[in-house]
Design a protein around this ligand. Structure first.
Ligand code: IPD
Ligand code: CA
Ligand code: CA
Ligand code: CA
Length: 274
């Protein structure tokens, strides 16, 4: 089987899996029997996060028993991502758990497939919106089967910016300084509550800029979707030697290409930042 046929099959499998998991979490919320717990401080987890995680990782393991899996709720061991020779799946069963628990619609299932640390296929499915973003490396990005493209924004001042805040509230001051600068120098700010959807919304032009410090399961699939939609993707801070940015780049900045450098300069000037 050629590499491109294999990748299309992987993407089809990923989309089917994300849609099934989406049905599961939709059903669990509609049944109105959500059980929530605290992971730490303010971070919620519901029984549906764990159910969807077990369903997705179990299905991947059945189909690809030799692949590795990095998944927020049941396999969050980042050392999984360090052994680059075996394919790796990166899973966020519910991105936007707080939205999910409060009955908001901005919720996504995010599943990415990586080889040698490079994400080659990704799906972000938003079950309450009926929207599925999908990308295969080198083949562009789609929303419900139709190609998507970044906004083409050319001026930060006329750009809509999205971000998020960490659950851990220690040392928020540098972030507050950066956001203060962005509020003054961009059109407006959105805090949607799902990093994967924020990034996909940059991919399809509903947002111009996204910046946040997030984990690989939050961004892996959406990052490829944004790249394939022509957006510029980059990270702050050093990614250690031998650790691919697709998985280890933390502070992530994604935007329409013409404004990326200018936005990076705003963020860097606001607080000491490499
Ligand atoms: C969170 C969401 C949120 C972002 C947080 C993430 P979760 O993921 O993506 O938008 O601001 O940093 O942790 O916990 O809902 O999967
Ligand atoms: Ca997440
Ligand atoms: Ca999650
Ligand atoms: Ca979480």
């Amino acid at each position: 089987m050629s590499d491109s046929v294999f990748l299309q099959e992987i993407t089809d499998f990923t989309e089917a899996l994300a849609r099934e998991a989406g049905e599961l979490i939709r059903h669990e919320r509609e049944e109105n029997t959500l059980r929530t717990d605290y992971k730490h401080q303010t971070e919620l987890v519901t029984h549906a996060d764990v159910m969807a995680d077990e369903f997705i990782t179990g299905t991947i393991r059945e189909r690809f028993p030799h692949h590795r899996i990095l998944s927020e709720e049941t396999m969050p061991d980042l050392s999984q991502a360090e052994e680059l020779e075996t394919p790796l799946w990166i899973v966020d069963p519910i991105d936007g758990t707080v939205n999910y628990a409060y009955g908001h619609p901005q919720v996504a299932v995010s599943i990415a497939y990586a080889e040698k640390g490079n994400v080659r296929a990704g799906v972000v499915h938003a079950p309450f919106a009926g929207e599925t973003f999908r990308a295969t490396e080198g083949c562009g990005a789609t929303l419900n089967g139709l190609p998507v493209r970044h906004s083409g924004a050319t001026n930060p001042r006329q750009s809509l910016f999205a971000t998020g805040f960490p659950y851990t509230k220690d040392n928020l001051e540098p972030l507050v300084q950066r956001l203060n600068a962005m509020i003054h120098q961009c059109r407006d700010l959105r805090r949607i509550g799902s990093a994967a959807l924020d990034i996909c919304w940059v991919a399809c032009g509903r947002l111009d800029i996204y910046y946040e410090n997030v984990s690989p399961w939050d961004f892996a699939a959406a990052r490829l979707i944004a790249k394939e939609a022509g957006a510029t993707v980059g990270h702050f801070g050093e990614v250690p030697e031998g650790y691919p940015a697709d998985l280890y780049g933390r502070d992530i900045l994604i935007s329409a290409p013409a404004i990326w450098e200018a936005v990076r300069a705003i963020l860097r000037t606001a607080s000491n930042y490499d």
